[in-house]
Design a protein around this ligand. Structure first.
Ligand SMILES: [Zn+2]
Ligand SMILES: [Zn+2]
Length: 396
């Protein structure tokens, strides 16, 4: 049977076509990498995405969930391909022609690659549209941040109807520790749930030489930090993965001879078992109550952010099958659970999904996500584009 008589192209055929358009994919990625925009500010990126989609003969809808872009290919039951478009407040330290032109802003989480791969998938599908359904490609804003209502881009897109009628969803994320040419898959939990908290400890400021006249909020804060460090080790089962990190501590004054009146702490909580956050919240309260015992007081704000990213076994099996046709079983690894979080979790909570780990390792030392020297191997672009397109076709 030749490709002209097939219902749709096979994974191998689509991968071959993706390799043919590699120069385009590199161009998309470099343009987006050179012009990064922060969460909720992806205006030019969205314009570029929409203009590029129009060149494929597609009719994108812009302004979805803020600066998001949505495009449909075909008619009928809908499978969604999702990419994210935002960058991070990091000053890039790489030296390449396509380095960030925007001071202090960098695509350090590879969302430039995700957007380029999704554009590539749309390009492949525009030329080879599904015969038996619709593939919707969504480009979401703000994966890395939340707005004043605590919502990030995935929720904003969902609230704006971008996922309406979706049967299944597929997305990918770059992983710099995974060899280029490989992917990693996992059924069930992949990325952790994520909450955050802010604590304000109120003491009583005084002269540094007369601490007995006040309540030293710095000493109280230190005791609380120590107590928080025992939550994971003493209050959560060793079989349930969890992390609590205090990311910042700030005293109301910073002088050698002043006892600070108050201290603020901020932290993140990562976990998989849904009940873990109930334990953590309760134990944070208990830890903070040290402030009362020591003569001060506290306020704790606990904010539940993302659930865990859970991959659906059937969707994973389909992606696994498609990927093995493209790169062979030997290049598909079983992904380990990771404590990182992703707002794709809101999609995977509602729709059977697969979040694929795409290997983008570059030669030399590890250049990790969220660092000023992060880089992704562009040789992975055709695989990313073809895998999204072909998986979506197979999931219809
Ligand atoms: Zn990130
Ligand atoms: Zn990311």
């Amino acid at each position: 049977m030749t490709s002209t008589t097939r219902e749709t192209l096979t994974a191998t055929e689509l991968y071959a076509k993706a390799k043919e358009i590699k120069a385009d994919l590199v161009r998309y990625r470099r343009h987006i990498h050179a012009n990064p925009e922060l969460s909720f500010e992806e205006v030019k990126t969205a314009e570029y995405v929409a203009e590029t989609l129009k060149k494929f003969g597609l009719k994108p809808t812009v302004g979805v969930g803020g600066t998001g872009v949505v495009v449909d290919i075909g008619e009928g039951e809908t499978v969604v391909i999702r990419a994210d478009m935002d960058a991070l407040p990091i000053q890039e330290l790489n030296e390449m022609d396509h380095c960030s032109k925007n001071k202090g802003v960098m695509h350090a989480c590879g969302h430039d690659v995700h957007t380029a791969c999704a554009l590539g998938a749309a390009q492949l599908l525009a030329a080879n549209p599904p015969k038996n359904g619709r593939i919707r490609v969504i480009f979401q804003p703000a994966e890395e941040a939340t707005n004043g209502d605590g919502l990030s881009g995935a929720s904003l897109m969902m609230n704006d109807g971008a996922l309406e009628g979706a049967k299944r969803v597929v997305a990918l994320h770059v992983f710099p520790e995974l060899a280029t040419g490989k992917i990693a898959l996992r059924s069930g939990p992949l990325l952790a749930a994520c909450d955050k908290f802010d604590i304000k400890i109120q003491g009583k400021g005084t002269h540094g030489a007369w601490p007995e006249l006040g309540v030293d909020s710095v000493v109280v804060a230190c005791q609380i930090v120590q107590a928080i460090q025992t939550i994971v080790s003493r209050r959560i089962s060793a079989l349930d993965a969890a992390v609590i990190t205090i990311g910042g501590i700030k005293s109301s004054t910073y002088r050698s001879n002043i006892v600070a009146d108050s201290v603020e702490l901020t932290g993140t909580v990562r976990y998989f078992a849904p009940e873990t956050h109930v334990i953590v919240k309760r134990e944070l309260e208990n830890a903070c109550s040290i402030a009362n015992i020591m003569g001060g007081s506290y306020e704790l704000h606990y904010i539940t952010e993302n659930p865990a990213v859970n991959n659906d076994p059937y969707v994973v099996a389909v992606v696994d099958q498609v990927a093995s046709e493209m790169i062979g079983k030997e290049n598909i690894e079983e992904a380990t659970m990771k404590m990182g979080a992703e707002d794709f979790s809101f999609l995977s909570e509602k729709y059977p999904s697969c979040f694929v780990c795409l290997g983008v390792q570059v030669p030399g030392p590890l250049r990790f996500l969220h660092t000023a020297t992060f880089d992704a191997n562009e040789d992975a672009l055709p695989l990313g584009a073809a895998l999204l397109a072909s998986s979506a076709l197979a999931l219809l």
